[in-house]
Design a protein around this ligand. Structure first.
Ligand SMILES: Nc1nc2c(ncn2[C@@H]2O[C@H](COP(=O)(O)OP(=O)(O)OP(=O)(O)O)[C@@H](O)[C@H]2O)c(=O)[nH]1
Ligand SMILES: [Mg+2]
Length: 235
């Protein structure tokens, strides 16, 4: 999938950020209600399979060939949860320091959820999670922003280095759900989907992101309304 330009940040969907009057604002809110956008970032060492996981979720297949991500690739998928259409905007970040350093601030800005990925066949990628979590915390990501842990490449059964119970303990200690999966194995595709769907369900169940987003887009608008939405999220 081709890289999209970074200028797309927050610019997709039906929201209109040029509010000029209260009439415009209500119109924008109406259209925003139809398509909320949840920004989910995917973080972890280079080569753990971030690009393949995001590709599997948004495109439904495993890419034949990938190259190291430079900066960020955006992928989007429209989903429907309890009758509401939601756009899941996945930020596939670069694992290599030299390809990410100028972008890190942008990754974490206004993020709604974080997916930490390690490679089950590479212990170092699991041990490095501590560093990735520190980076995330260092960018003032609120503790209310949901985070999940993903162990990828489970299809390589005979090469597994990170035992499930070790990963589970780590996930529990950091208040995260653990998903062990494979971007490659088509039989695991539902499991890959459930990573992002679970987060989208949780976000939907949280206080309305919509009004907080509006606040950000126009410094003049200060809405205090927040709505609680009940959800049947299985996780
Ligand atoms: N066997 C197996 N290989 C995988 C899986 N997911 C990814 N790979 C392979 O792992 C390599 C790296 O995958 P990428 O998705 O490009 O890794 P990345 O985390 O995006 O790497 P950076 O962009 O450098 O941060 C590629 O050769 C993929 O084919 C998986 O589930 N199983
Ligand atoms: Mg990549």
């Amino acid at each position: 999938m081709a890289n999209e330009s970074f200028g797309n940040e927050g610019g997709t969907g039906s929201r209109n950020s040029n509010f000029t009057s209260s009439v415009d604002l209500s119109t924008s809110l109406d259209s925003s209600v139809q398509t909320r956008i949840f920004k989910i970032i995917v973080i972890g060492d280079s080569n753990v399979g971030k690009t393949c996981l995001t590709f599997r979720f948004t495109g439904g297949s495993f890419p034949e060939k990938t190259e190291a991500t430079i900066g960020v690739d955006f992928r989007e998928k429209a989903v429907e949860i309890e009758g509401e259409k939601i756009k899941v905007q996945v930020w596939d970040t670069a694992g290599q320091e030299r390809f990410r350093k100028s972008m890190v601030e942008h990754y974490y800005r206004n993020v709604h959820a974080v997916v930490f990925v390690y490679d089950v066949t590479k212990m170092a990628s699991f041990q490095n999670l501590k560093t990735w979590i520190q980076e995330c915390n260092g960018h003032r990501v609120s503790p209310t922003v949901p985070r999940v842990l993903v162990g990828n490449k489970c299809d390589l059964v005979s090469h597994i280095q990170v035992p499930s119970n070790t990963a589970l303990k780590f996930a529990d200690a950091h208040n995260m759900l653990l998903f062990e999966t494979s971007a490659k194995d088509p039989k695991e595709s539902q499991n890959v989907d459930s990573i992002f769907m679970c987060l989208a369900c949780r976000l939907k169940a949280q206080k309305s992101l919509l009004y907080r987003d509006v606040e950000r887009e126009d410094g003049r608008v200060r809405l205090s309304q927040e709505t609680d939405v009940k959800s049947n999220c299985p996780c």
